[in-house]
Design a protein. Structure first.
Length: 201
C-alpha cells in the first residue's frame, strides 16, 4: 500500500508539475504578447505625439503666413484704393441735374461757374460725361475732370458755400444740386455706410 500511494503521489506530482509548467508557459507567452502589444502602442503613441507636434508647428507657421498675406493684401488694397482715388483728384461729381436730350454739359458747367463766381473755360476741362448711379442705373450723374486740381478745389470750395439749385442751370426745378469730389466706388461705399450709421444714431 505505501508503495502504491507513493506511486500515485508521484503521478499526481508529475501531473501538477506538467500542468503548472504548461500554465506558466502560457502566462509567459501572454506576457510576451502583451509586452509586444504595449511596445507597439507606445511606439504608435510616440509617432502620434511627434506628428501632432509637427502639425501644431505647421499650423502656427500657416497662421503666421496667413497673417502676413492678410497684411500684404490690406496694403495692396490700400495702395489700389489710393491710386484709384488719385486718378480722380481733379474730378468733381454733380448730382441731381436731370438728363436732357441733346444736352450741352459745357453749357451747364458754365452756368454753375457763373453762379458760384468761378469762371469755367473750355481749357479748364479735360473731359466731362454722364455716369450711371450704382443703385439706380436710369439716373446718371455728371463727372467732370479738370486739367488742374487747383481749379477743381476752387470750384468745390465755392460750390459748397452756396446752395445751388437745378433752376440755376436753366431747368425748371427747385431742387438742390450736389457737387462733390468724385470718389472711387469703395470710398463711396464707405461714405454711404458712415452716413447711414449717423442717420441711425
Amino acid at each position: 500500500l505505501p508503495r502504491e500511494l507513493k506511486t500515485e503521489l508521484k503521478q499526481l506530482k508529475d501531473i501538477f508539475e506538467r500542468d503548472f509548467r504548461k500554465e506558466l508557459r502560457e502566462i509567459k507567452n501572454s506576457m510576451t504578447f502583451m509586452s509586444k502589444e504595449f511596445e507597439d502602442i507606445k511606439g504608435e503613441l510616440k509617432a502620434i505625439c511627434i506628428e501632432n507636434k509637427e502639425l501644431k508647428a505647421e499650423n502656427q507657421r500657416l497662421h503666421l503666413k496667413c497673417d502676413e498675406l492678410a497684411k500684404e493684401l490690406n496694403t495692396t488694397a490700400s495702395r489700389i484704393l489710393h491710386c484709384e482715388q488719385y486718378f480722380r483728384n481733379a474730378n468733381i461729381e454733380i448730382k441731381i441735374i436731370p438728363m436732357q436730350p441733346d444736352e450741352n454739359l459745357y453749357d451747364i458747367l458754365t452756368k454753375i461757374g457763373d453762379r458760384i463766381g468761378e469762371s469755367i473755360l473750355d481749357t479748364d476741362i479735360e473731359t466731362s460725361h454722364r455716369v450711371p448711379v450704382s443703385n439706380n442705373p436710369e439716373k446718371k450723374n455728371i463727372v467732370v475732370q479738370f486739367t488742374h486740381r487747383w481749379k477743381r478745389d476752387s470750384i468745390l470750395g465755392k460750390a459748397r458755400r452756396l446752395r445751388l439749385m437745378v433752376h440755376d442751370v436753366g431747368l425748371p426745378l427747385t431742387v438742390p444740386i450736389y457737387i462733390n469730389e468724385h470718389l472711387c466706388p469703395e470710398l463711396k461705399r464707405l461714405l454711404g455706410q458712415t452716413v447711414a450709421k449717423i442717420k441711425e444714431s
